[in-house]
Design a protein around this ligand. Structure first.
Ligand code: AMP
Length: 114
């Protein structure tokens, strides 16, 4: 078995994390290095590595992550808009090999991203 990700260690209470929500499928963490006034990570408990590694059977789980992102956007009052990002691989800017959805908001966000 491959080494536990930092996110799995947080889920299992081995290391601290600022958990905002959790259920049987996922947790929501405040990003430790926020890139916007609201920057949350929606993370499946299943240690899926990245979108490129997902299987057909993972489709409902990915849908659930987006559903929770939508709930969090409402809870954190992001009525003016927000951005959802999934980084994949080195060119995509991925730094933690455990799938996670970024939810960013509370400031205007530029496009295209860098
Ligand atoms: P990515 O670069 O898309 O893989 O995103 C990984 C994110 O995890 C980055 O935004 C990091 O700031 C964030 N991160 C890394 N370690 C922690 C941690 N211990 N708690 C919360 N967020 C973290």
């Amino acid at each position: 078995m491959s080494e536990k990700s930092i996110f799995t260690k947080i889920m299992e209470g081995e290391i601290p994390g600022d958990i905002q929500y959790e259920d049987d499928d996922c947790i929501v963490l405040k990003d430790i290095s926020p890139q916007a006034p609201v920057h949350l990570l929606i993370i499946p408990r299943k240690p899926l590595v990245r979108i490129a590694e997902m299987s057909e059977a993972d489709q409902p789980l990915i849908g659930k992550l987006l559903w929770i992102a939508k709930q969090m956007a409402a809870q954190f009052e992001l009525e003016e808009g927000f951005r959802i990002v999934i980084n994949n691989g080195p060119f995509g800017g991925e730094s933690v090999p455990h799938l996670h959805v970024h939810l960013l908001g509370k400031r205007p966000l530029k496009w295209p991203p860098g």
